[in-house]
Design a binder for this molecule. Structure first.
Ligand code: GAL
Length: 464
């Protein structure tokens, strides 16, 4: 059988984040983060679970890197816990924290795995939230820059791939709009203010990296999340609604970075709730991503809303819907994951092409894609055929996008192992490796074996 091959230099990777896997939440000088605090509030997290121990990656990172090596991944995306290296978010540096990430990076390089480091994956130092109002206060742009400076300085000799922020949309909407993620605030204006400061923080860190660390010769970007929005019907109203939904989702953050300002539709609809950038800020922000980092999980239909609130979206994920006048829905026949997210590989291809067109053919890396299922350990094995089908479907969609001319350069599976899935706790297993949360043993799932073969063959069209 003739196989469609990914380009030889395609980056095959897997991803995690600090709070979801590290544990050691108060060890070796680490300061508390907003997620430590949020988890301590009864009722916020499924079964009142926490990331206190998580996968104990802090102590087991060498074992984990061996498992990655075994899979043949070329890159590993992880995040740094800001409060592990700066316990209060500013000022003093915790050398033990630096040492942990330094050893992790060395161990990866020894295993021939390229580190991709995210500076911020949601675990803001608690002190910055309590003393400075977190992302609502513009001062954070300088604190973030100071923190980034330390990371570039201490790790940049070995790390050449940086991601400033993970999913500012989630930080803003789920953390400051719906209040279901830390810091748990509910508002219809704070998300846009938080988002504004996230963008400026990103831009300041990138400027610093490009000016002060040119000699390190690395690349820097941001990872934004977006689902695909398919017009429910062929009507102009629904087509516009789908476009609007995408603009309120990914263009909110990508337009300033690629075009220097927010989408027109957001400005028109949000009026003074959307802060504006000064001329200097627009210059600062424009062009601050060497690549387009995309986290993508699912697809929904979008229809123009007639203003009547409907029971539509399972697991909405649509942002502040009143601001958009978009009704979301899914096809009953689509398969869904345990998160209730529909499995729609063609949506991934369409989104890649949409980004390719709107942002003028950037190099794209899918920095997250994956799915949760209720995996069970039976006779020492995990038969997660559904996940394997998911990966195969989405990677074939990626191959098709490449054939259509999209500059997709890499793909990171979320996640390397089962971990703490935020407000949903440990029930949602996203990993290529199963984690027994009592013994902390790791076991490769069937999909991990498949992924290994796919990497080896540079193709998604392999069977086990
Ligand atoms: C992303 C997030 C990850 C992971 C994933 C699955 O939004 O960056 O941390 O939780 O979703 O829900």
């Amino acid at each position: 059988m003739l196989m469609n091959k990914f380009p030889k230099d395609f980056v095959w990777g897997t991803a995690t984040s600090s709070y979801q896997i590290e544990g050691a939440s108060d060890l070796d000088g680490k300061g508390p983060s907003i997620w430590d605090a949020f988890c301590s509030i009864p009722g916020k997290i499924n079964n009142n679970e926490t990331g206190d121990i998580a996968c104990d990656h802090y102590h087991k990172f060498k074992e984990d890197i061996q498992l990655m090596k075994e899979m043949g991944v070329k890159a590993y995306r992880f995040s740094i816990a800001w409060s592990r290296i700066m316990p209060t978010g500013k000022g003093a540096v915790n050398e033990k924290g630096i040492q942990f990430y330094s050893e992790l990076i060395d161990e990866l390089l020894k295993a021939d795995i390229v580190p991709w480091v995210t500076l911020y994956h949601w675990d803001l130092p608690l002190a910055l939230q309590m003393e400075n109002d977190g992302w609502l206060n513009k001062d954070i742009t300088d604190y973030f820059k100071e923190y980034a400076d330390i990371c570039f300085d201490r790790f940049g000799d070995r790390v050449k791939n940086w991601i400033t922020l993970n999913e500012p949309w989630v930080v803003s909407i789920l953390g400051y709009g719906q209040g279901v993620f830390a810091p748990g605030r509910v508002s219809n204006s704070e998300p846009y203010l938080a988002g504004h400061h996230l963008i400026l923080s990103h831009a300041k860190a990138v400027k610093l990296y490009r000016e002060k660390y040119t000699h390190q010769k690395g690349e820097i970007g941001i990872s934004n999340n977006c689902d695909w929005r398919e017009p429910l019907t062929d009507s102009k109203e629904d087509k516009d609604a789908a476009e609007r939904a995408l603009e309120f989702f990914i263009a909110w953050f990508a337009d300033p970075i690629y075009k220097g300002d927010y989408p027109k539709v957001m400005k028109e609809r949000l009026k003074e709730r959307l802060p504006s950038f000064s001329k200097e800020e627009k210059e600062l922000i424009t062009g601050t991503s060497d690549f387009f980092g995309l986290n993508h999980y699912t697809t929904m239909f979008a229809a123009n809303s007639d203003g009547i609130k409907k029971e539509v979206a399972v697991n909405g994920n649509g942002g502040i819907s009143e601001d958009q006048d978009v009704d979301l829905s899914v096809d009953k026949d689509w398969k869904v994951t345990l998160m209730d997210w529909a499995v729609v590989p063609w949506g991934c291809k369409k989104l890649l092409k949409w980004i390719d067109k709107r942002y003028n053919k950037p190099n794209i890396y899918i920095t997250e894609n994956g799915c949760a299922y209720p995996d069970k350990l039976i006779d020492g094995k995990i038969d997660d055929q559904e996940r394997l089908d998911f990966y195969q479907g989405y990677l074939i969609a990626c191959q098709e996008a490449i054939q259509d001319g999209v500059n997709l350069k890499g793909y990171f599976a979320w996640s390397f192992m089962d971990n703490f899935e935020w407000a949903l706790g440990y029930e949602q297993r996203f990993g290529l490796h199963y984690v027994d949360f009592k013994t902390l043993e790791r076991i490769p799932k069937k999909s991990a074996h498949w992924f290994k073969k796919a990497i080896k063959n540079d193709s998604a069209e392999v069977s086990l």
